[in-house]
Design a binder for this molecule. Sequence first.
Ligand code: URA
Length: 232
Amino acid sequence: MRLVKVLANLGYGSRKEMQQAIRNGWVTDMQGAPIKADSKLPHEEILFDDEPLDPAQGSVLLLNKPLGVTCSKKDPGKLVYDLFPDRFKLRKPAISTIGRLDKETSGLLLLTDDGQYLHKVISPKTETPKFYEVTLDRPLSGTEATLFASGTMMLEGEDKPLKPAELTITGEHTATLVLHEGRYHQVRRMFAATGNHVTDLHRSRIGNLMLGDLKPGEWKVLSEDEKALVIG
Ligand code: URA
């Protein structure tokens, strides 16, 4: 793809503005030498205004989602998309979250503009395990793990039983729950069905990919190896 189109699709500006930016010498190689519109330099060797280019089309981003932000494109209040540079909202194709976390759930959230990758991760066929660290209002009774693993548990208002999920109790009020599907408010509803209430919910892992040392609100681009860790 021509450089002007690459830059416009990343949201840096219109094609006309990008032609002008190249003419002005704002688009350079790593040494700061201006490059031409027909440059074949690899994405990672191009600077715009002395900064590395935004992640290339097809990238997968890992975000440590803070509490209080919504996985929606247009809810009132703060959105996960507000945690990225403003121009990301103009990207073509658009970046979307891979699945969702509730406003009051923190942790590992993936985003991409790669539809095929997105479908692989969320497809019921893949059954990608998602790990949740749960804190509860009341002490765990000790019967939850068997119920959650049964494959027969029904949530209110649904007509299909939940897939077996693995619960590991880590304290009187804390546990790790591994899900292989993603229904609306699933973790909260599963514990509500046992007469308990989730007070804190954090996703720590998807497949074999963990958050690492990303702080809340921080994000990074996944390497090909890290992308593979998600779907195994
Ligand atoms: N289950 C929930 O209840 N909330 C989430 O954000 C994810 C899973």
